[in-house]
Structure formats: structure tokens, C-alpha cells
Design a protein around this ligand. Structure first.
Ligand SMILES: Cc1cc2nc3c(=O)[nH]c(=O)nc-3n(C[C@H](O)[C@H](O)[C@H](O)COP(=O)(O)OP(=O)(O)OC[C@H]3O[C@@H](n4cnc5c(N)ncnc54)[C@H](O)[C@@H]3O)c2cc1C
Length: 404
């Protein structure tokens, strides 16, 4: 049964199948072998809320295994040594992974190089020296990076960015704070955004072990005892010209491109996880009996699932379309904003409805629905909140971009 009339191009369909095969062999199998470590937050994190070294090593194993099979960097531009697949493959790959693995994010997040943690077109503007130093480890999956844009006083509104890079000899000294930096607690490198002039913002790539780069704490979300996000203090961190990504004062373009890749990723993630949740609920509704019949007999149970299936189908079409527009070289500001905002809300509703279908069982940790709910709830804010997406859509409409 095919829901989408326009098939994926054969090379992307192949990529999707390879990703699925890899997920079975290398992710699910590993997850099952280490379920006690990965599924129990008390085992996953240390006393400071950081992932235990064994978990970090499992993550590295997945990255490097995927890199050996050419999947990790399949969507990285060819000039960086990647496979050159575009946004549609990126969307299809992530959608497939989250559909298959649903709520088990710890290893699956590392099968394809995520734009903020691994190589992407963002790094095409590295200097030769930075390429030599940072790229090999990022491409073979042995190293991981993070993306230091948001600050305690600057999230949606980047004009409030307060981190400054002051001239010092040939280089700069960076001072400021970053927060919500995903994988900040374990990253080897960080892309740091700092103000270099009144208007200008510059992106620098820095090793996280450098003097002046301090991980202040892990920021735990939802009452978790640990997490992936860090608060980072930059205390006179010295950077040299070869560490600049792109041009001085022009780093914002790199930031916005990165975040737009994040919107493709989060749209795919929401559709994939939402589909997993609906399928989980359909399965349960046919097995669970109440009042002498399977609960699937009751429209009060199945209609919410039908609505979610409809929303996810629409979101899936929107996602594939936005990715195709990006592959054609269009910025697709309106379409990508619509896709991201709609997909994350549809995905979250689907998981929430699946929890309701399961009754009390839906709130237990074993099924993973709570984990999926938490993951999708936060992407209603991360990479541009739903309100900021609406702001961007409204702006485009008011500029005359009313084609729908
Ligand atoms: C799980 C997670 C991971 C993240 N990872 C990273 C990362 O790796 N690197 C990084 O740099 N950042 C990261 N972020 C930060 C993320 O980009 C910001 O949270 C996001 O940009 C919103 O900023 P804020 O949280 O400061 O909210 P604010 O900008 O303070 O907004 C607060 C509220 O006001 C609303 N709002 C603001 N302005 C308007 C407006 N004009 N109209 C209507 N509503 C408005 C927002 O939608 C929101 O609801 C992450 C966030 C999360 C939740």
C-alpha cells in the first residue's frame, strides 16, 4: 500500500533501506544488548547528570560503524568527502529511523550525521587548517561537536546575543555564556557564535578542551536526573583566524542555515515518531478488551488515531515537499516553517493520543511513549518555536509570498 503518489528517487529509496537495515543490525541489536544501561536513567547518567562513559562509547560505536558503511556522511556535501545526498534524503533517512525506533533516541540520533553534532554543509566554509584538524574525526564518527548559539538572554531573538569576541593580536578572546547546547556535555568541538562588531556575529570552531571553555553544568529537562544539554561559560577563550567559519561578521547566515537543517530533521523526527505511536496504539487497541469487546470497536478510541494518521500524512507530504524545494536551491522559508510547526504539533498529538489509548499503561516508562512525548514536546521550542515559525510564515505572507 502506497500513501504517497510521488515515489522517492531510487538512490534515496536505497539509502532509506540501508539506514533501516543498519538500524536493525547496529542500533536495535546494540540497544537490546545494553537495555539495562540505556533504558534506566539511573544507569545512563552519572551523579553530575552526564552520560556514563559506557553510553558515550556506545554512541561513538554507532557513529563509526555508520561512517564505515557510508551512511553517517551520506548527506554531507561531496566537497567535504560526504555522499552528496541532499535534504530529501536527510528527511527520508530520519523519518525512517524514528518510525522504526520510535522512542529510543540515545543511539539512533547518531546514525546519520546530525547538522549540530556532526559534519554538514555548515562546515563547507572551514579554513584549510580547520578542515585538516577537525574534519577527519567528524567524518569518521570518532568525534562529535555541538552548536553554541543560544544564550541565557538570547534564544528566539538573536539580536540580543551577548557573547563577545574582542580583538587580541591576530585573534580574538571570547567571553560569554551559552545554554541549551545539545551534546555540550560530551562534545569534542563546539561551533561558537560571538558578536564581533556592533552588527556582526562570527562563527568560530573550537576544541572543547581549550583553556577558557568551561562546561558549567548539564541542564536536565522534565525532572530527569541527567541530560544532553549543557550550559557553557566562555572565559577569555582565545581563537585564531583559522578558526573562523566563513567570513568575520557574517556568521549568522551559517547559524540560520544550520537551524533550517534542524527544521528538516525535527519535521522528519516528529512524523516518524508519530507514526510509530499510532501503530503502537492500533496494535494495542485490537488486543485490549473492555466492556466485552476490543477497545478498537469504540470510535472514541479509533477516531483520535484516524485524526492523527491524517495529520501525519499531511505533515509527511509537507516535509517531502519542503525538502524537495530546498534541494532545488530555494530557501523555502514559508514552507519549511509551516512544515516544522505543523509536524511537531501533529507528532506530539499522535503520541499523546497513543498514550490515551493505552490507559494507565501509556504513562509507564516501558512502552517509551512518555520518552517520545518528552522528545517531541521540546522540539515545539527547539530550532525555532511554533510561535517563531508562525512569525516567519506571516512575514512571508505579508511580503506577498501567498502561494499555497
Ligand atoms: C531540547 C533543546 C535543545 C536545544 N539545543 C540547542 C543547541 O544545541 N544549540 C543552541 O544554540 N540552542 C539550542 N536550543 C535552544 C533553542 O534554540 C531555543 O530554546 C529557542 O530558540 C527559543 O529560545 P528561548 O528558549 O530562549 O525562548 P524565548 O526566545 O525566550 O521565547 C520564550 C517564549 O516567547 C515566545 N516568543 C518569543 N518571541 C516571540 C514573538 N516575536 N512572537 C511570539 N512569540 C514569541 C517563544 O515562542 C517562546 O514561547 C535548544 C532548545 C531545546 C529545548
Amino acid at each position: 500500500m502506497t500513501a504517497i503518489a510521488e515515489a522517492l528517487p531510487p538512490e534515496i529509496e536505497d539509502f532509506r533501506r540501508q539506514v533501516l537495515d543498519f538500524a536493525e543490525r547496529e542500533v536495535l541489536a546494540r540497544h537490546d544488548r545494553h537495555a539495562e544501561l540505556l533504558d534506566d536513567p539511573r544507569a545512563r547518567y552519572d551523579g553530575d547528570g552526564r552520560l556514563q562513559p559506557e553510553v558515550v562509547e556506545l554512541i561513538r560505536e554507532v557513529r563509526t560503524a555508520s561512517a564505515r558503511e557510508g551512511l553517517f556522511v551520506a548527506c554531507v556535501p561531496e566537497d567535504l568527502g560526504g555522499g552528496g545526498h541532499g535534504h530529501l534524503a536527510y528527511y527520508a533517512g530520519w523519518q525512517t529511523l524514528f518510525h522504526r525506533l520510535g522512542p529510543r533516541p540515545w543511539l539512533l540520533l547518531h546514525v546519520i550525521a546530525h547538522w549540530a553534532f556532526g559534519p554538514s554543509r555548515l562546515l563547507s566554509q572551514l579554513t584549510d587548517q580547520a578542515r585538516e584538524r577537525f574534519l577527519p574525526g567528524l567524518m569518521d564518527g570518532s568525534k562529535i561537536m555541538c552548536f553554541g548559539l543560544s544564550e541565557p538572554g538570547a534564544g528566539s531573538d538573536l539580536s540580543a546575543l551577548a557573547t563577545r569576541a574582542e580583538r587580541d593580536g591576530d585573534g580574538w578572546r571570547i567571553s560569554g555564556r551559552k545554554i541549551w547546547t545539545t551534546h555540550g556535555p560530551i562534545a569534542d568541538y563546539c561551533v561558537v557564535f560571538a558578536r564581533t562588531g556592533e552588527q556582526g556575529i562570527t562563527a568560530f570552531v573550537v576544541p572543547t578542551g581549550a583553556d577558557g571553555f568551561r562546561r558549567v553544568r548539564v541542564v536536565a529537562l522534565f525532572g530527569d536526573i541527567g541530560g544532553d544539554e549543557a550550559e557553557i561559560a566562555l572565559e577569555g577563550l582565545y581563537v585564531e583566524p583559522w578558526q573562523v567559519i566563513g567570513e568575520v561578521d557574517r556568521g549568522l547566515a551559517a547559524a540560520l542555515y544550520g537551524v533550517s537543517l534542524g527544521r528538516v530533521y525535527n519535521s522528519a523526527r516528529a512524523v516518524g515518531a508519530g507514526r510509530w505511536a499510532v501503530e503502537t496504539a492500533l496494535d494495542y487497541a485490537q488486543k485490549r478488551e473492555a466492556f466485552g469487546a476490543p477497545i478498537a470497536e469504540y470510535q472514541g478510541v479509533t477516531f483520535p488515531l484516524a485524526e492523527s494518521a491524517t495529520e501525519l500524512h499531511a505533515a509527511h507530504l509537507m516535509g517531502r515537499n519542503a525538502a524537495r524545494l530546498l534541494d532545488r536551491g530555494e530557501r523555502a522559508i514559508k514552507e519549511l516553517s509551516m512544515t516544522k510547526a505543523y509536524s511537531v504539533q501533529a507528532g506530539l498529538r499522535a503520541v499523546d493520543r497513543a498514550m490515551q489509548t493505552h490507559g494507565a499503561l501509556g504513562f509507564t516508562n516501558e512502552l517509551g511513549l512518555t520518552e517520545a512525548w518528552k522528545a517531541l514536546r521540546v522540539v515545539n521550542v527547539a530550532d525555532g518555536s511554533n510561535e517563531i515559525m508562525n512569525r516567519m510564515i506571516a512575514r512571508q505572507l505579508l511580503r506577498g509570498d501567498t502561494d499555497l
